[in-house]
Unconditional design. Structure first.
Lengths: 399, 399
């Protein structure tokens, strides 16, 4: 049977503003609104294809689908790798559509939230069981009816967890202009995690030379960049991670002033006091829970906490309680959540800064690369036990 | 025996900046630094007085002292009302000192923290068992060696919980210029609570017309003002309080658009959804704990939480855990602690705004007045069971 795989997320929208486009809020809206139309659309397309007879340009399309909603730690077996097929032709009458061959898929912690259906409102809609996952990736345009894209263009942005994706909202993609750096970097330092580090540190925290910066999950895609940004500003920066290897990397490769293994610290408050006897001005929050509680005790007057994520909490039935919030009053702490999507208007400014640093070797960047789309479930699941060392991504074609 | 009562908090400092002076951080420093000198100073003064013979101008000085550090809910019996005496003369050689006759004492929730000695750093030093409490009040200058103050001047600011206080750091006092409003208002709407409401709402939250504002502990000294400020800006405002009487006051007297009794709401999330079906833009946080958790679920995109205090937590051995902090990420919530002391440079601007409103009856203000210094312990303790209706203060001379 011939099956046309269209990710309903990408079906024909007109958008006004690229910064808005990447807002998860919008994505959330899109997911919910378009989901309703998914079945009708798929049925119509499949019927058209069947009526046209077997498509000579159909190719195999391996996909990673979610089997069912997940509670607790996700397992590889919560996902399936299925083989479907897809036409390399863009369905007749589909305007402003591109067909992508996916090259790299990005494994990002926020995806955990999308594997569950929660009663608590989230900034992004859950995945649909039985459908391919989607997320950030790097891809090549195979076919296009959109005036801005042509065959051979390289893009990064939202795509499906599959070999090929038919994208009907290519405004959710950014064309790659600079190819003299590794393409995979557009899943990380040159993509969403890069903008997350940049916006959270520079825009949310307004760092000043000499300030004391603490980064949790510091060897991850975002943390390793924040630490290096802090050094560029002239801050004192300490990071924490969950293994000796990672902790060593923080000081030896990324230039952190200090680092510790949080798993070997029975008293996080004491550990922070050891590294920050004068307190913390800026906390780049990636983990939440007990760590946040300990950090609050060690914040300095007028400290800033950029809340990027809380990975330690994502697999808990109920998030841990944070007890020391009263600290924000006396110390006048500002705690602020943010999403990279709100800052994409700064992307070209960011590229102007970061590309020379990469080319001159002044910014280090570490990737953890899984080979082949079949390895994607394990790579994604590995994020939540800290298996990855550096930015976790998947090369779709592992051959 | 003649005893000179000198609050060590007020002994001769030179300060640069009035806004800094009122910073609790500074007060904390002062308390700690000066405590060390207290015994030496008192011993010296007492010796001088004894050598000079009986002071003809000594008067009775009733004082409220802390008996011992408190855990859990404070009780009246944790304080004592003792009768001492004080000379109305300023000790020889004491420059820049004023002797105050206290008129009104202010009962404020933050004082609970000062009744305990905690391992967790606080923004203000604890009271000293055996010594008089201190806090905000309104007083008349009885005697002065400070060039800026003379007998008969009225002041508000930090003073002792006693009939007379010898203040050696009058920079911690503000001279009262407007006496055509009730003097007691300088413990509330025209004093620290007024500046707390003003700074927290206008400066921290940057409210816009049409926004949805929620105020907890809304009939208290600060909450009643925040609600009225919100209406001045053109916001929709709902408050919560702990009795039918208070809830009625919110809508009938203070002009809130809605109000509810949190004690009668088994599901705070559901209550908030009832009053804010479209969510909350601004939360003026006075209570913490479960209420904050419920509010987080109901905040809107780019909501602001001004963290003024968390009175529901002050008497707990360990503060409750707040579980829904992950909401700050997707909704880009800014949560910010503040102290009125950082905004005292805006005091005259605030007076320019608020005095006409008071005189024209456009701002309502409700006080709960306890008569006589003997009633001060009960009045202070009453704050923590919500006994007070409106701003709790004490008239020192209850006759």
């Amino acid at each position: 049977m011939l099956c046309v795989n269209v990710n309903p997320l990408f079906k024909g929208f007109t958008f006004l503003d690229l910064s808005l486009l990447f807002s998860y809020k919008l994505l959330n809206f899109l997911c919910i609104e378009r989901q309703k139309k998914k079945i009708i659309f798929l049925e119509k397309q499949t019927k058209q294809q069947l009526m046209a007879g077997a498509d000579q340009e159909a190719v195999r399309n391996k996909q990673v689908t979610l089997k069912h909603y997940v509670s607790g730690f996700p397992k590889e077996s919560d996902m399936s790798v299925v083989t479907s097929s897809i036409s390399l032709k863009i369905p007749q009458g589909s305007k402003d559509t591109v067909l992508l061959k996916n090259i790299y898929l990005s494994c990002d912690p926020y995806m955990r939230g999308r594997m569950s259906k929660s009663d608590i409102p989230s900034f992004v809609a859950p995945f649909q069981p039985g459908s391919p996952l989607n997320g950030y990736g790097v891809a090549k345009v195979v076919n296009s009816t959109h005036p801005n894209y042509e065959k051979g263009d390289l893009v990064w942005g939202f795509t499906g967890w599959e070999e090929y994706s038919l994208v009907t909202s290519p405004e959710l993609l950014i064309k790659i202009q600079h190819t003299d750096v590794p393409l995979s970097y557009y899943t990380g330092i040159l993509g969403m995690p890069g903008m997350t580090a940049y916006a959270g540190f520079y825009e949310v925290c307004s760092p000043k030379k000499g300030e004391h910066v603490y980064v949790s999950a510091a060897s991850g895609a975002v943390g390793q960049l924040v630490g290096q940004f802090a050094k560029l500003v002239g801050c004192y920066v300490v990071g924490s991670a969950g293994s000796k290897e990672k902790v060593d990397l923080l000081t030896s490769k990324f230039g952190f002033d200090g680092a510790f293994n949080y798993k070997e610290e029975p008293d996080l408050d004491a550990a922070l006091k050891r590294y920050f006897p004068e307190g913390i001005d800026i906390y780049y929050e990636n983990v939440g829970g007990k760590m946040l509680d300990a950090v609050l005790l060690n914040m300095r007057l007028r400290g800033r906490i950029a809340v990027c994520g809380m990975i330690s909490q994502y697999n808990l039935e109920k998030p841990e309680g944070v007890h020391n919030l009263m600290q924000v009053v006396g110390k006048r702490i500002r705690m602020e959540g943010f999403l990279a999507g709100d800052y994409y208007h700064l992307y070209s400014k960011y590229l102007d800064m970061i590309l020379p640093f990469i080319k001159e070797g002044k910014m280090k960047y570490l990737e953890d690369v899984a080979e082949g789309i079949e390895s994607a479930p394990a790579a994604l699941v590995g994020l939540f036990s800290g298996k990855n060392v550096g930015k976790q991504l998947v090369v779709v074609d592992g051959k």
